[in-house]
Design a protein around this ligand. Structure first.
Ligand code: SAM
Length: 297
């Protein structure tokens, strides 16, 4: 019987006297149809390595171990380590790493795969309280991850995959889509989890682009410009930038030149700009950044 089955899950939890820890975002999947669909979406085979975040009692890990070459699963809760040793005991291609994923040296862990050269995918039912930091740290880590197939709160998946001129589009959409093609693969109702969360979930599929979506001179400055554009969504780009960078004459003329040279109208709102347009504006501003912005404020 699958681990992801209400009877088996209950039996495992009872045997170990396991109690859910809300602070670790523990909502275990009990529906093997959903798990089969996640694995099918990830298109795994024996030439692909997988990193999982938060195996819980191993519901998804079991499917991953069957489908992929090798699985390394980071689990923060050490009470789950002996449980996983039992539930996944039959697999010789799974390693549980009892560590916070945000503290992990991923590059070093990847080198411990039997074949570290194989394409790597991240497949996980993420702990919802740190979905965004996990995804952003993995994208920015410079690690070669081919694809993410990850479950999260539906609302966050909608924001990450949003297109310009929609209400969900913002700096998070841009940060993720700078590196990836993002889409919601399917929705998962709250009823398949134990305990049931208050929100529905979605499977987000992020496919890494060969190179970032836009050419950017300075990534930190580009991301600063995208974040500043959405601080007040109803304000124009110009007003957001004046609030963020400064109101002095020198700053305003620096901003004016940046808008002019990138051919972006000052009265547009951040939500209407594509990633390429943000890159163009940030590049123009960065090029003439010789002005000391700080001293002038
Ligand atoms: N994969 C299991 C399933 O689908 O039933 C459990 C998913 S549950 C939503 C999230 C899991 O992530 C929990 O097992 C939790 O203990 C673990 N977790 C929470 N924070 C973590 C972190 N920072 N690093 C690694 N694992 C974490």
């Amino acid at each position: 019987m699958r681990i992801a089955n209400p009877t088996r899950t209950q039996a495992i939890l009872k045997k170990y006297g396991f109690t859910f820890k809300k602070s670790f975002g523990q909502n275990f999947l009990q529906d093997s149809n959903v798990l089969a669909k996640i694995v099918a979406t990830a298109e795994l085979d024996k030439t692909i390595n997988v990193i999982e975040i938060g195996p819980g009692i191993g519901a998804l890990t079991e499917f991953l171990a069957e489908a992929a070459a090798e699985v390394k699963a980071f689990e923060i809760d050490r009470r789950l380590v002996p449980i996983l040793a039992e539930t996944l005991g039959d697999f010789d291609n799974v390693q549980i790493i009892n560590q916070d994923i945000l503290q992990a040296d991923l590059q070093a862990v990847i080198q411990t795969f039997k074949n570290p050269e194989l394409p790597l995918k991240i497949v996980a039912n993420l702990p919802y309280y740190i979905t965004t930091p996990i995804i952003m740290s993995l994208l920015e880590a410079g690690v070669n991850i081919a694809e993410f197939v990850v479950m999260m709160q539906k609302e966050v998946a909608d924001r990450i995959s949003a297109k310009p001129s929609t209400k969900n589009y913002g700096s998070l959409s841009i940060a993720a889509q700078y590196y990836t093609d993002a889409k919601v693969a399917f929705i998962v109702p709250r009823t398949v989890f134990l305990p049931q969360p208050n929100v529905d979930s979605a499977i987000l599929q992020l496919t890494r682009l060969n190179q970032p979506r836009a050419q950017v001179i300075d990534e930190n400055f580009f991301f600063e410009c995208t974040r500043a554009a959405f601080v007040h969504r109803r304000k124009t780009l110009w007003n957001n930038y004046v609030s963020h960078f400064g109101k002095s004459v020198a700053i305003k003329s620096w901003l004016e030149a940046g808008f002019l040279n990138s051919e972006i109208a000052q009265n547009r709102r951040g939500e209407s700009l594509s990633i390429e347009e943000f890159a163009s504006l940030a590049n123009q501003l960065f090029k003439s950044k010789a002005i000391d912005r700080e001293s002038d404020e």
